[in-house]
Write a protein that binds this ligand. Structure first.
Ligand code: Y39
Ligand code: FE
Ligand code: FE
Ligand code: FE
Length: 230
């Protein structure tokens, strides 16, 4: 059923909806918290862009507060332990890259992969969200495009030196996104968010980002295929 029609008959207060929301809401809150920390780390790693990155970090903190309010509004307690597990591999890869001062890998993980995941999820959620959460999410998704744009611009400006590291980082991290999408698909469905729509939106955003940075269509096809094997 098309998503816009589905939204007319969603019971936001059913036990099933609230149960699924306790995990999806937690994922989003944890994701925003980690994004906040990741941009603060990047601000240390890129002193020339320090203030801009701290401002992105502050936006992520505001997003987190907004989504916490969405959970409270539905009287849902987010399952934060589940969410920390959900992000642990991607989070671990970011930590290792940061410890090795691999700026390109850190930007690929946070500003390309995680931002594209956020943009896809928020775009698909908006038409099926409750009124309160829809308004919050509409504001947030605009910011996420600007975060993605930051990563694209930096990587585009450094494309020749970044290319090889981007390929390795893509190969290591894109399969994690598919695993995460599969892990959340059932709960997303309860919220009327279709897995196919999430995958499609993610691939469009991510492919466009790789293209903007300077990859050829051929490169993008090859790089995108790594996820599908997972
Ligand atoms: O940059 C950001 O704000 C990203 C941290 C937020 C990621 C949110 C991850 C959303 C995945 C939700 C999956 C629901 C189907
Ligand atoms: Fe942490
Ligand atoms: Fe955010
Ligand atoms: Fe973001």
């Amino acid at each position: 059923m098309p998503q816009l029609e589905a939204s007319l008959e969603i019971d936001f207060h059913s036990a099933a909806y609230k149960d699924a929301y306790s995990r999806i809401n937690a994922i989003v809150i944890e994701g925003e918290q980690e994004a906040h920390e990741n941009y603060l780390k990047l601000a240390e790693m890129l002193p020339d862009n320090h203030d801009q990155l701290v401002s992105l970090a502050r936006m992520e903190n505001r997003h987190k507060k907004g989504f916490e309010a969405c959970g409270r509004n539905l009287q849902v307690t987010p399952d934060m332990e589940f969410a920390r597990q959900f992000f642990s591999d991607l989070h671990g890869n970011f930590q290792v890259a940061a410890a090795n001062n691999q700026i390109v890998t850190c930007l690929l993980i946070q500003s390309l992969i995680i931002e594209c995941f956020a943009i896809a999820a928020y775009n698909i959620y908006i038409p099926v969200a409750d009124d309160f959460a829809r308004k919050i999410t509409e504001g947030v998704v605009k910011d996420e495009y600007s975060h993605l744009n930051y990563g694209e611009e930096w990587l585009k400006a450094n494309f020749e030196t970044a290319k090889a590291e981007l390929e390795v980082a893509n190969r290591q991290n894109l399969p994690l996104v598919w695993r995460m999408l599969n892990q959340v698909a059932e709960d997303a469905q309860v919220l009327s968010m279709e897995k196919e729509a999430l995958v499609e939106d993610f691939m469009i955003q991510y492919g466009e980002a790789l293209s903007n940075i300077g990859f050829s269509t051929r490169d993008i096809m090859r790089m995108s295929a790594y996820g599908l094997a997972a």
